[in-house]
Design a protein around this ligand. Structure first.
Ligand code: G4P
Length: 522
């Protein structure tokens, strides 16, 4: 591989922002894009954002899809680095989508609302990042509002999330009395809403140089006291432990006031990892600087442009370089074809990409070739490890209201399942379709899209089951083991799955059939 290509790969930084809704993900993203010059006006991202599914209103779903499209991947240059931010849906019913997106990043930024501390959705998403061992950078937001004591938040990180932390900077006051941040890492104070300049230097003892009214305040004193405590009893800074995901660097700021964001971005880019390798199904690690091109599809978005009914497969490039017009092979089918249309994403618009390298995300125009988790390569034969699949807890039997629409019905289901929008199961003999979901909204989106995109009205009947279990030793399963409380079905890969009515039915089954080894997915 040429030195130039190596350098190109090395300057990529690809991450996602994880947070509980309302912590400030949209606002922070927008500020980062402004610094990167990817958007010109504040409000660009915000304007595309809509209500947060407080009600399951169709308009909201449409609008939500609309924005998650344009802002699915955002790219900009800063400080010699090329930054890719991957957006994740905020609503928990789409957490499967978010989990898959987290498989395509090399680090994560976790936003915490200073008043709320660590919230439910943050905990879930954090766990996925932890599982992957990727570095997590923490931004404690809304310091212009009154919130929890900073030391208390640091404790929460360790106690609730179980991750050690290192405060890169520390707030001086908060809310109406927010005076600025004491930047431990850069050895300076960054005053909030000050006319005296952006940074003030510290002397050898860590005190502000010269006279400054801030020095007379109790907030300044408090900050120094806290920092002394952190110096003595807190964790040491370690770039290595950050890289291993064992230590999270913590930054304070206000995304809305655009305060502390640039300092965060600069420091983040210093410690965030360049593109990392990926593991294949044969458990080999493939390095990004290996050639030729390879990558995997982590998201499929259909009908991005209603006028064209197109589908875009989002591919994370794992190795080498992608060039438009290149001949690629789809590992699952072994089929080769030429990639004529591909797009790269910017904040404002999609644009055609001529080349992209490991770490980047490209959008491949799709007419139904790709499925979630697919590996695409040039030349070499390999298959990246499967993306995590959730064990659904909600099931619906689905039929077309009009039997004449059966063809469209099956086409729609196939495409939505390939997209990862919903999970597919079928009964053994009649092959009735049962859909599985993690959240109720997935069904609502499904029903809506079947009608709007495939012109099929569907009838959905809840199946009285909640617990899905796969089977290690399928050969030992007999159909007679199934019953009204333990329905035997097949998943889309033709694996057998038991759908149990509830946990009780699961245990009852297991008592009666101790030799059948059941397991659940994520
Ligand atoms: P999300 O994407 O994580 O859901 O959060 P988003 O950025 O939309 O922020 C949620 C709300 O919090 C917004 O207010 C936003 O303006 C506010 N916010 C974000 N960062 C800060 C901050 O640093 N300080 C303060 N005080 N507020 C912040 P909203 O009322 O829901 O929306 P809007 O009417 O302001 O647009």
């Amino acid at each position: 591989m040429s030195q130039q290509l190596k350098q190109e790969i090395d300057r990529r930084r690809t991450f996602a922002i994880i947070s509980h809704p309302d912590a400030g993900k949209t606002t922070l993203t927008e500020k980062l894009l402004l610094f990167g010059g990817a958007i010109r006006d504040a409000g660009t991202v915000k304007a595309k954002k809509t209500g947060k599914f407080a009600t399951s209103d169709w308009m909201d779903i449409e609008k939500q899809r609309g924005i998650s499209v344009t802002s699915s991947v955002m790219q900009f240059d800063y400080d010699g680095k090329r930054v890719n931010i991957l957006d994740t849906p905020g609503h928990q019913d789409f957490s499967e989508d978010t989990y898959r997106t987290l498989m395509a990043v090399d680090s994560a930024v976790m936003i915490i609302d200073v008043a709320k501390g660590i919230e439910a959705q943050t905990i879930k998403l954090f766990k996925v990042c932890r599982m992957r061992g990727i570095p997590i950078f923490t931004f404690i937001n809304k310091m212009d509002r009154q919130g929890k004591e900073p030391l208390e938040l640091m404790e929460e990180l360790e106690e609730v999330l179980g991750i050690e932390s290192y405060a890169m900077n520390w707030p001086i006051g908060m809310g109406k009395e927010f005076l600025g941040i004491y930047d431990r890492y850069n050895n300076r104070v960054e005053p909030f809403r000050s006319e005296t300049g952006r940074f003030m230097e510290l002397d050898e003892d860590g005190q502000l140089i010269g006279d400054h009214p801030m020095k007379e305040t109790s907030y300044y004193e408090q900050a120094l006291e806290d920092i002394e405590l952190l110096n003595e009893a807190g964790n040491d800074f370690s770039a290595e432990r950050i890289a291993n995901g064992e230590l999270t660097p913590v930054f304070f700021g206000s995304a809305l006031a655009n305060f502390g964001v640039e300092t965060f971005l600069e420091t983040y880019l210093q410690f965030a990892p360049p593109p990392q390798g990926r593991v294949t199904q044969d458990e080999e690690v493939v390095n990004p600087v290996e050639e030729p091109f390879s990558g995997f599809v982590f998201k499929i978005q259909a009908n991005m442009n209603p006028a064209h009914r197109d589908r875009i497969a989002f591919l994370r490039i794992v190795t080498g370089k992608f060039e438009r017009g290149m001949n690629v092979t789809l590992a699952r089918t072994g089929k080769s074809f030429k990639v004529a249309q591909s797009t790269q994403f910017l904040a404002d618009d999609r644009e055609t990409v001529a080349e992209a390298v490991a770490g980047d995300i490209i959008g491949l125009y799709d007419v139904g070739n790709y499925q979630i988790g697919d590996t695409v390569t040039v030349g070499k034969k390999l298959q990246y490890e499967a993306l995590p699949q959730f064990t659904p807890e909600l099931f619906m039997k689905v039929t077309a209201k009009n039997v004449m629409k059966s063809k469209h019905f099956h086409k729609g289901i196939l495409q939505l399942v390939q997209e990862g929008a919903i999970q597919y199961y079928k009964t053994l003999h009649l092959e009735e379709v049962i859909l599985g979901a993690v959240g109720q909204l997935q069904f609502e989106v499904f029903e809506h899209r079947m009608k709007n995109e495939y012109n099929v009205e569907v009838r959905m009947e809840p199946v009285g089951t909640k617990v899905a279990r796969w089977i290690e030793n399928e050969q030992d399963v007999k159909e007679s083991m199934s019953g009204p409380r333990s329905m035997l079905v097949k998943d889309r890969h033709d694996n057998l799955v038991f759908l149990f009515e509830n946990e009780f039915a699961t245990r009852w089954f297991q008592d009666k059939n101790p030799d059948i080894k059941l397991y659940s997915l994520l």
